[in-house]
Design a protein around this ligand. Structure first.
Ligand SMILES: [Zn+2]
Length: 292
């Protein structure tokens, strides 16, 4: 383990690292990772773009669950892993951050220029007029359209679990675009069955191709959307390091693979190569335990 950690530290410490992060980086912020070790019992198949746009019942189910689940995301704060990435970036060691996460926590931790491959959950797009509005605004409108809904469900699911029974969904009222009045609203995230906008993908490939190393954090690399960058790096002979809990589909391409808790591992790496945590700002390290 010591040798693996040293190899990881050397790789990151040499700089020009492009980070590719996934759901596993946000689990310590209380956001469930449906594919990680704690997410084995996934109860819902992911919503596809086709089902969302064509089936009003599927859409109602999505928004009802999402209306509840949003609270979890909205109150989530960056964890030690996000902060470590920000420290590495501020220390000049990270040349780019690509995330598959839609929670905005890299940016909240102080990172800049983050490419959000799958979009952001805190923005809502109208599929007719293309207008972007904030999720906060939609949340307010959904609450107005469904008075008492969250409270009724909370009695059944006190922990905010979004596993909402169908009878709970039936009465949920969705809302349309507040700008054009009739357009269908969709969170501005890439659903399954939808492709990531080509310019965004091109930006990611450009980052990866110019990198000295690619650092995968908390992604099982199950979907090609993220895995293709690892494959490209490997083809170009760019070293790939992976920190994840559990095996990943990119392990065959990895120069270094660390199976461990991300907050702990990344904090230790940042302590070693990015200097004292306090360098980024006092709020950034508040409440953090001593380095491992
Ligand atoms: Zn509209």
């Amino acid at each position: 383990m010591r040798q693996i950690f040293d190899a990881l530290t050397r790789l990151v410490g040499a700089g020009d690292v492009v980070v590719l992060s996934g759901a596993g980086l946000s689990t310590e912020s209380g956001i469930p990772d449906y594919r990680g070790p704690s997410g084995a019992a996934r109860r819902h198949t992911p919503m596809t773009y086709q089902a969302f746009t064509r089936d009003p019942d599927a859409r109602r189910r999505y928004w009802a669950r999402s209306h509840l689940g949003w609270r979890l995301i909205a109150r989530a704060a960056p964890n030690a892993g996000h902060r470590a990435v920000a420290r590495l970036q501020h220390a000049g060691l990270v040349s780019g951050i690509i995330t598959q996460n839609v929670d905005g926590l890299h940016t909240a931790a102080g990172s800049t220029g983050v490419i959000e491959l799958h979009g952001r959950l805190d923005e809502v797009v109208c599929l007719d007029c293309g207008n972007l509005t904030s999720r906060e605004e939609l949340d307010r409108r959904l609450r107005e359209a469904n008075p008492g809904f969250a409270a009724r469900v909370a009695q059944v699911n006190p922990d905010g679990d979004v596993d909402l029974p169908d009878e709970g969904v039936a009465g949920f009222r969705t809302v349309d675009c507040g700008i054009c009045g009739t357009g269908m609203l969709k969170p501005d995230v890439v659903f399954f069955g939808e492709t990531v906008p080509a310019p965004r993908v091109a930006d990611c490939f450009a980052l990866v191709e110019a990198a000295r190393a690619v650092l995968v954090l908390g992604s099982s690399l199950t979907v090609m959307s993220g895995r293709r960058f690892v494959i490209r790096a490997a083809k170009l002979g760019i070293p790939v390091a992976i920190v994840n809990q559990g095996p990943t589909r990119g392990d065959g391409h990895a120069t270094v693979a660390v199976d461990g808790p991300l907050g702990e591992v990344l904090s230790a790496v940042a302590d070693r190569v990015a200097g004292p945590a306090a360098a980024v700002g006092s709020d950034v390290v508040a409440g953090e335990p001593a380095a491992v």
